[in-house]
Each structure stands twice: as structure tokens, then as C-alpha cells.
Write a protein that binds this ligand. Structure first.
Ligand SMILES: CC(C)(COP(=O)(O)OP(=O)(O)OC[C@H]1O[C@@H](n2cnc3c(N)ncnc32)[C@H](O)[C@@H]1OP(=O)(O)O)[C@@H](O)C(=O)NCCC(=O)NCCS
Length: 180
């Protein structure tokens, strides 16, 4: 982080979310895949956007960023929730907008956030869960070094895979979890 609230990746920049970002996100195209309907944020009305912003804004247990590409376009959101500094862990979540998936932005953004989690926040583990019917996300997490540690049933009986990335594993597989 070379300025407060900013994380630079190879191609993307993560910036702490501000309320105006949510108005931009309201214009995102929708995912058509039935299994990704959850990723279509309900931001139609100003009251929805206010609520989304307030629920997600950074606080003691949460960090929320928007992802911008090389052209400065807002192409996603990423964050850590359930931050527990005593346990040394937090839970990662990400959505890349439907018309920007599959171009490497998600991988870059996740690597950048994980590096920030270890180097700046001092976490020891980043955890997440990913639906069994989301092979693209699973592939990206595995590529970055997350390992499956179990499963649980979520809403609608869907099975989710619990995954963990430790600071040591990230550093060992070249994730540069120490400053370069
Ligand atoms: C999951 C997500 C964050 C990944 O970001 P992205 O920018 O699309 O991913 P990237 O372009 O960096 O990488 C995609 C990788 O998945 C691979 N991939 C694409 N479709 C795939 C599929 N159906 N099965 C397996 N792998 C797939 C690509 O080949 C690529 O791998 P590679 O780099 O080894 O070639 C993004 O797609 C997204 O936000 N999806 C919708 C919301 C979501 O699923 N969020 C995560 C919830 S846990």
C-alpha cells in the first residue's frame, strides 16, 4: 500500500469503497448463469445502495475495496470480513463484474488482497468458502494456493467447499507475501 486505502496489483488497483462507487456498480450488467444470480447485487434504488454501502463499509472487522483495471474502469469488488486479529484470520469475498470475468483481473485482485492481508494486516490465514457449482472460482483459488479443508451445506442445500491459505504457503509458492 503506497497510500492509505490503496493496494496495487500488477494490473488492478484496489481502493477502499466510497459511496459513489456503489452508484457505478448499480449499472453493472447482470450475470445470466442461474448459479451466479447471487452475484447480481440489488442496487436499483438509492436506499438499496445506501444500505449496501453501510453494511459493507470498512470497520474493525471488515475491509471493503473496489477493483479498477488499467483503464480505471470499476470492474469488481473484493474484501475481507469477519476479521479476527487475535485468531489471525479473515474471510475473503470477491465479485468481478459479468463482462470483465476471465481476463485475469480476479487472480490479480485476490493475490493483491491476500498480500495485503498478510503483510499489512498481519493475518496468518485467509479463509473462504466457494460453492461446489462454481468451478471457475475454485480454479482461481487453487491456482493462488488455497487448499480445501472441508465442506458445509449452505442455503438451498448447496454444498460449499471451505478453503484456507496460510501465510507460509502463500510465501512458499511465490506469492511474495513479504515486501518486494
Ligand atoms: C471467480 C472470479 C472472482 C474469478 O475472477 P476472474 O477475473 O474471472 O478470473 P481470472 O480471469 O483471473 O482466471 C480465471 C481462471 O479460471 C479458468 N476457468 C474459466 N472458466 C472455468 C471453468 N468453468 N472451470 C474451471 N476453470 C475455469 C480460466 O481458464 C482461468 O484460469 P487460468 O488463469 O489458469 O487460465 C470471477 O469470475 C467472479 O467474480 N465470478 C462471479 C462471482 C464469483 O463467483 N465470486 C467468487 C465466489 S466464491
Amino acid at each position: 500500500m503506497d497510500e492509505p486505502g490503496v493496494i496495487r496489483g500488477e494490473r488492478v488497483t484496489l481502493r477502499e469503497m466510497v459511496r459513489a462507487d456503489v452508484d457505478e456498480m448499480a449499472r453493472w450488467p447482470r450475470f445470466v448463469e442461474p448459479e451466479l444470480q447471487w452475484a447480481n447485487l440489488d442496487l436499483t434504488f438509492p436506499v438499496d445502495r445506501d444500505g449496501y454501502f453501510e453494511r459493507g463499509r470498512s470497520n474493525a472487522t471488515r475491509r471493503r475495496f473496489v477493483i479498477r483495471n488499467e483503464q480505471g474502469e470499476l470492474i469488481g469488488t473484493i474484501g475481507l470480513r469477519n476479521l479476527d486479529f487475535r485468531a489471525g484470520e479473515g474471510t475473503l469475498g470477491i465479485i468481478i463484474r459479468a463482462d470483465a470475468v476471465g481476463r485475469g483481473y480476479g487472480t490479480d485482485a485476490i493475490r493483491s488482497l491476500v498480500r495485503y492481508a498478510f503483510d499489512v494486516l498481519g493475518l496468518r490465514r485467509v479463509i473462504l468458502d466457494v460453492a461446489e457449482n462454481n468451478p471457475r472460482a475454485q480454479h482461481v483459488y487453487e491456482k493462488i494456493g488455497f487448499v480445501p479443508v472441508g465442506t458445509h451445506r449452505g442455503p438451498h442445500g448447496l454444498r460449499y467447499i471451505d478453503m484456507v491459505l496460510s501465510r507460509e504457503a502463500f510465501s512458499q509458492q511465490g506469492g511474495r507475501s513479504t515486501a518486494v
